[in-house]
Design a protein around this ligand. Structure first.
Ligand code: KIV
Length: 317
């Protein structure tokens, strides 16, 4: 991946990173610049320290601590159950791991659905207590006041339109949205309204390629697609889908770029077999007493054996 050499006034990162092809820290203005330059934005979800480190060190621009963790980490059948405290817990773990990518926290269902004030105070927690650099909320024109208030509170907001998993009951399942001209117009109006309200970027999920392509061309903030075709400014996937850890039939748009399930299974089976055969741990994988202590132990064992056989002899006689 290469990021253009921005003029220093546009780029708040260090002098070192201004000179290198890859910035030391990706920022939200970098994403905007990537859209302007037609360079794809890469994004992935992560929910824990280990995977977030790998994702970050692999050069992904944006890491979303998605509420999809309710499903892929916690085993729920929708995203609705995860709480603000649980999302904070995972966002903190990701924050500790990430040096370069932008960390975005997903606002869970219920955390911004009652009042705007509630939404703002929950979003503040993600920034203050977990180190998120932006929050993501689902919805369009019904969320404009919240977007404006978050921007006022210096919290960058990423919108999320189309197949919004928190609306699963209203949608009657997880189905592609915007398949009619009317639906497409609604999504377009939502996108434009989110941009005007101050959103930094918009995730476009589960919609026809043509719709995402038109939205991407119409608005000046980046679009990040998932199941929305290749014309978005960037792409995001759920980490567990990418590496075959989701235990469900992948959606049409998912490409499994690796098979962590097989890798983990063969490692775990190898471990189990070697423990059962007593070939793990081996001599080289064991700690030892220092030489002197070993000698002392051997002497003590010999003494104990001699003592035991002396006692036995005495008893026999
Ligand atoms: O929660 C999530 O993982 C998401 C992505 C699918 C964009 O919202």
């Amino acid at each position: 991946m290469s990021i253009p050499h921005f003029r220093s006034a546009d780029n708040p990162v260090s002098a070192h990173s201004r000179c290198s092809a890859t910035p030391a820290k990706v920022t939200l203005p970098h994403l905007q610049e990537k859209k302007r330059q037609g360079q794809p934005i890469t994004a992935l979800t992560a929910y824990d320290y280990a995977t977030a480190r790998i994702v970050d060190e692999s050069g992904i621009d944006l890491i979303l601590v998605g509420d999809s963790l309710a499903m892929v980490v916690m085993g729920h059948d929708s995203t609705l159950a995860v709480t603000v405290d649980e999302m904070l817990h995972h966002t903190r773990a990701v924050r500790r791991a990430v040096r370069r990518a932008i960390v975005v926290a997903d606002m869970p269902y219920g955390s911004y659905h009652s009042t705007v004030a509630d939404g703002v105070s929950n979003a503040v927690r993600f920034v203050k207590e977990a180190g998120a650099e932006a929050v993501k909320i689902e919805g369009g024109r019904n969320r404009l006041e919240l977007v404006e208030r978050l921007v006022d509170a210096e919290i960058p907001v990423i919108g999320h339109l189309g197949l919004t998993p928190q609306s699963v009951h209203r949608m009657g399942g997880y189905s592609v949205q915007g398949k009619t001209l009317r639906g497409m117009n609604e999504l377009m109006r939502d996108s434009v309204a989110l941009e005007h309200a101050g959103a930094t970027a918009i995730v476009l999920e589960g919609m026809p390629r043509e719709v995402a392509q038109q939205i991407t061309a119409e608005i000046s903030i980046p679009t990040i697609g998932i199941g929305a075709g290749p014309d978005c400014d960037g792409q995001i996937l759920v980490f567990h889908d990418l590496v075959n850890l989701s235990f469900s039939k992948p959606a049409k748009f998912v490409r499994q770029f690796g098979d962590a399930a097989s890798l983990f299974r063969s490692a775990i089976e190898g471990y189990r077999d070697e423990v059962v055969r007593r070939t793990y741990p081996a001599e080289l994988e064991s700690y030892h007493l220092p030489a002197e202590e070993r000698l002392a132990l051997e002497e003590r064992t010999l003494e104990q054996e001699a003592e035991r056989s002396g006692t036995k002899l005495a008893l026999i006689r």
